[in-house]
Ligand binder design. Structure first.
Ligand SMILES: [Zn+2]
Length: 270
């Protein structure tokens, strides 16, 4: 509790854009797209995500040089700085599926912004005395998301596998399923402890208890939707039955309404 209060006091806010000092050499930048983290090491900076194209214009001024850019997944609000950092010589790391997507689709990323390093299940990055574990979780948000875990500091950046306490965006077009989200959340809860600093892809820092509540929320809504689907209800009938009612006050937000979350669950139920 004391620690969270300290983090809050260290945050500075300007037009919704905040910088939070997680540790003296690890800063979180919010309001530029997804939550961004910079780790300053004696051998160079490691940046986790780079925001939207617009957000990256400011981020690249604040952090002009990075040695590694970790792009957690393919969405535009996380890869806006790929071109800039790629051009200035940063090594970009993505999951193999994200790398493929960025190359083949109209992702707004030019050749310089493509991944230099790709991996499938796990990747360990060492630089300037720091060691970061990049861990892939399939089908939780897209088909190519990874989280970044710092065992030494007991800190995790969950990327878009978490939207704080809000309903998650399941990008069903690119592999996300409700079981993928539930599995990833379960595994992350088991991997960390009650003192872990948890950075979601969007929103404020989370506690492990909040993550556990998220897991209950996803599971209960999934079960309700499944019950209706198993009874033969159509998607429209399922939405009308309001299976997420208990959690809408907690989970709904401008982009992911109850209807959108329920639709994604209904469509990806096995
Ligand atoms: Zn995303």
């Amino acid at each position: 509790m004391k620690f969270s209060l300290l983090l809050l006091l260290l945050s500075s806010s300007l037009f919704g854009q905040t910088t939070t000092e997680l540790l003296p050499h690890i800063k979180m930048f919010s309001g530029y797209g997804g939550n961004i983290i910079n780790i300053a090491t004696p051998e160079g900076n490691i940046l986790i995500d780079s925001g939207t194209a617009k957000g990256a214009q400011i981020i690249t001024k604040m952090i002009p040089q990075v040695s590694y850019l970790l792009a957690t997944h393919r969405h535009q609000d996380h890869i806006g700085g790929n071109n800039y950092y790629g051009k200035q010589g940063a090594k970009i790391i993505t999951h193999i599926k994200t790398a493929q997507y960025i190359k083949e689709r109209n992702s707004g990323v030019s050749k310089e912004g493509y991944a230099a390093i790709t991996f499938d299940k796990k990747y360990s990055l060492k630089l300037g005395g720091e060691e970061l574990e990049l861990i892939y979780f399939p089908n939780a948000h897209t088909d190519g998301d990874y989280v970044v875990y710092f065992p030494k500091y007991n800190l995790i950046h969950m990327a878009d596998i978490s939207f704080g306490t809000n309903y998650n965006y399941l990008d069903t077009k690119y592999g996300a399923t409700i079981s993928g989200l539930i599995n990833a959340t379960k595994q992350i809860i088991d991997m960390i402890d009650d003192n872990t600093i948890i950075v979601p892809g969007h929103g404020e820092l989370l506690t492990r208890d909040q993550l556990k509540q998220n897991l209950i929320m996803y599971t209960e809504i999934r079960n309700e939707v499944k019950k209706l689907k198993d009874q033969g209800r159509t998607l429209a009938e399922t939405i009308a039955a309001n299976p997420s009612k208990k959690y809408d006050r907690r989970g709904e937000w401008s982009f992911i309404t109850a209807e959108k979350f329920v639709t994604a669950i209904y469509e990806t139920l096995k």
